[in-house]
Design a protein around this ligand. Structure first.
Ligand SMILES: Cc1ncc(COP(=O)(O)O)c(C=O)c1O
Length: 400
């Protein structure tokens, strides 16, 4: 039995994110013929604007899938059974992508690391340099680790590949950074970028993306992992005329069309600056409460979400439960080995200063309600920061 709760639910998990009114309306349009001229115009316009968002002049493939499907597609199109893939080991999503690779029959190698720090690029470079037989066929990394709030430096990983003269493909997951943190598929020499619709892009879950380089397309010609539904080739062929080789998720594409318009109306630099500012405000609040940020490297703080460590002896999921019950707000849980040890505040997608202020108030009230030791000035610090004129912070976390 559901009972009405007054006011708006605060969906402050790091994705799926709050659905903007304009996107919700677009989603509810009547479905159209996916083989007709209106649909073709819609697809072509979406594909062009996706290139702007991914910062690529190469194709972006859209799947009716979650981000995990797009993970599988990135591997299935470019690799062959037994191929070695080197993964960073600094978060639950990096770990989940590894499971997908292992399930496909690839050889998974992990670069040891800490969940509280970004990928160790020097260790990556050493490992690549030591791989004289060029056994490693791909390096896979998560740009913004949603489980920890740590940003990994993609440009530095590219530079490590280049310096070691290694020809491995570079596969990058931007599921929780695209649209929220500056990302440059072409400039950073990424071969396959993996994304999903439900976070910075402000669209409901259900669309996955692969942006592909020329090198990735060439790899697909010789790669022999079995693939059918994920196969880029027929999709790219149909996309030329604005169509798909199957029935596409038409209404999600209406939503994406509207969300891309909104993102480009705001401007990518402005959207990145907004997220960076909200990240800093959230960290100010956490410091004000006297709680530890899970990310230990200030150069890698995420503009999309902040993971806050719980004081010893207190369960983060208990705090989340109290906040949901008392204040109707959802926060992100700790995933995998950090379950109960941290909670995650999502500040990505469609939100403004007042949404964030309400979010931080909900956390501060929850800390008090549960009796978690803290100082009550966190919200005031965040508000002061948000109100100040110079509330700008670097939009590209730089690690190297
Ligand atoms: C960084 C990252 N990669 C991949 C995924 C998996 O995406 P999905 O849950 O849409 O399959 C997520 C989901 O939260 C994510 O945050």
């Amino acid at each position: 039995m559901f009972t009405y709760t007054a006011g708006r639910h605060f969906l402050q998990i790091p994705g799926p994110t709050n659905l903007p009114e304009r996107v919700a309306r677009a989603l509810s349009r009547s479905t159209i013929d996916h083989r007709g001229p209106e649909f073709s115009r819609l697809t072509l316009s979406i594909l062009e604007r996706l290139q702007t968002v991914f910062k690529t002049s190469n194709p972006v493939v859209i799947y009716p899938s979650s981000g995990s499907g797009a993970w599988e597609a990135s591997l299935a199109n470019t690799l062959s059974p037994g191929d070695r893939v080197l993964f960073g080991d600094n978060g639950q999503f990096a770990a989940n992508w590894q499971k997908v690779a292992a399930g496909l029959g690839l050889t998974v190698e992990t670069l040891p690391g800490s969940w509280r720090c970004p990928l160790d690029v020097a260790a990556l470079e050493n490992r690549l340099a030591a791989d004289r037989g060029r056994d490693i066929r791909a390096v896979a990394m998560v740009h913004n680790e949603t489980s920890t709030g740590v940003v990994n430096d993609v440009a530095a990983a590219r530079a490590a590949l280049d310096r070691s003269g290694h020809d491995a493909l570079l596969l990058v997951d931007v599921v929780s950074s695209i649209g929220a943190i500056d990302y440059r598929h072409d400039e950073w020499g990424v071969d396959v970028t993996v994304a999903g619709s439900q976070k910075g892009l402000m669209v409901p879950p259900g669309l996955g993306f692969n942006a592909v380089s020329d090198k990735a397309l060439a790899a697909a010609d010789s790669a022999s992992l079995p693939r059918s539904y994920w196969n880029w080739a027929p999709i790219l062929e149909f996309n030329q005329n604005g169509f798909f080789p199957y029935t596409p998720a038409i209404n999600l594409l209406f939503a994406l069309d509207e969300a891309l318009s909104m993102l480009l109306e705001e401007g990518l630099p402005q959207a990145f600056a907004r997220h960076a500012r909200f990240g800093e405000a959230t960290r100010q609040a956490a410091r004000g409460w006297g709680l530890d940020l899970f990310c230990q490297d200030p150069r890698a703080y995420s503009p999309s979400l902040t993971a806050v460590a719980m004081p010893e002896g207190f369960d983060a999921d208990e705090l989340r439960r109290v906040i949901l019950e008392r204040f109707d707000m959802s926060l992100g849980t700790g995933l995998g080995k950090v379950k109960g040890k941290l909670f995650r505040i999502g500040h990505l997608g469609d939100l403004n200063e007042l949404t964030l202020a309400g979010t931080l108030c909900g956390v501060e009230m929850g800390l008090a309600a549960l009796g978690v030791p803290h100082t009550s000035g966190g919200v005031s610090r965040a508000l002061e920061f948000l109100a100040s004129d110079g509330a700008e912070v670097s939009v590209v976390p730089v690690v190297a």
